[in-house]
Design a protein around this ligand. Sequence first.
Ligand code: NAD
Ligand code: WQD
Length: 337
Amino acid sequence: MKKTILITGWTGYIGSHAVVAFEQAGYTTVIVDNLSNSSEQVLSKIGKILGYIPDFHKADICDTKALDEVFSKHGFDGVIHFAGLKAVGESCEKPFLYYGNNILGSINLFEAMVRYKVRRIVFSSSATVYSSDNTLPLTESSKLGTTNPYGTSKLVIENVLQDLSLHASLQALPLRYFNPIGAHPSGHIGEKPNGVPNNLLPYILDVALWKREKVRVFWDDYPTIDGTGVRDYIDVNDLVDAHIAAYRKLEEISGDTNGSFTPVNIGTGRGTSVLEMIRMTEEATGKKVAFEKVGRRSWDLAEVYAWVDFAKEFLGWESEKTVKEGIESGWKFISGV
Ligand code: NAD
Ligand code: WQD
C-alpha cells in the first residue's frame, strides 16, 4: 500500500518540487500551506505535471486545531516540513514574526506528530545554522551559531527536534540546505518570490528579463576569486531527491524504537562567485546582465560551501546537476522560453 506523508509549505518554491518528486516516487502526499508566501495557482501547475492534484489543505501550522483536523483525517507515515518564513533581512526587522511562525509553528507540528504517533520527519534546515567562525568546507560538526532571527529559528527547531528524538522517539533528519537554485524541467514550477527577490539568482534573472535594471552586487573586496561572495548553489531537483533519499533512510531505521537526530549538509561542495553567476546567466540566456558594485550586507560572509561526503555516505545521495543547468531551468521557468 502507498504510504501517506504530510508535506508542509508545499505551495512554496522547494515544497512544490518535493510534492511532484514524492508523488512520482510512489508516495501519497497530503499538503498543507497557509499561502503566506505562495499562491494556490501552484496547484494547477502541479496538476499539469502529475495529471492530478494531491489532497490540499489551506491551513496554518500555528493553528493547532487546523493541524489536529489534518492529522485526525489521515494516517501519516511521516512529515516533510518546509513551512516557514525565510527572508533574513525581514527577520531582523520582525524577529517575533519569525520566532512565532517558524518556531511555534514547528512546535505545534511536532506536538501533533507525537500525539498521533508519527515519528519520521525531514526538516528544511539551512547552512545559516553554522557560525561565521569556521574553516571551509562546512561539515556537519562545524561550529553552530547564528547572527539573525531567521537563522536562530532554524537552530532552535533543530534543538527541539534533537530533544524530541531523545524524549519522544522522533526520527529527525534536518537537511541543511546551502543555496537552492533552478526549477522543474517542465518549466511549470520554480521560484517566484513576492516583490523584490532577496536571493541572488532570481534577481539576476529579473535583470536578464529586463524587469529590473541592474544587479546590486554586495561587494566587499572579499578574499575570493574576484572579490565577490562565493556560495554553494544546489539545484532544486537534486535538493528534492535528497529529501527522498532522507525519507528512505528514515524508513530503513524504522524498526528501531529509539529516536534519532542526524543533520546532513545538502550542497555540491563547490563555490561560485556572484560575478561568475552573472557571466553564466549571460551565457545561458544570451542577455546582458547589468550590475553595479554596492556595499556588503551586514550578515554576508565571503565564502560558504559544504562538505558533502556525509550526505553521500549516509544518504547515498550526491548532487548531479551543474550550476549552469540550474540557471537554464530557472530561466526557462521565469521567461517561459
Ligand atoms: P517558500 O517561501 O517558497 O515556501 C515556504 C512555504 O511555507 C510558503 O508556501 C508559505 O506560504 C508556507 N508557510 C509559511 N509559514 C507557514 C505557516 N505558518 N503555515 C503554513 N504554511 C506556511 O520557501 P522555500 O524556498 O520553498 O523554502 C522552504 C523551506 O526551506 C523553508 O523552511 C526555508 O526556510 C528553507 N530553506 C530555504 C532556502 C532557500 O534559499 N530557498 C535555503 C535553506 C532553507
Ligand atoms: C548569495 C550571494 C550575496 C543578492 C540566503 C540566506 C540563507 C539561505 C539561502 C535560507 C551573496 C550576493 C545577493 C543580491 C548580491 N536561505 N548577492 N546581490 O545570503 O548566501 O543565503 O539564502 O535558509 O539562510 O541567508 O544567499 O542569494 O542572498 O546571496 O550580490 O541582490 O549573492 O552577497 O554573496 P545567502 P543570497
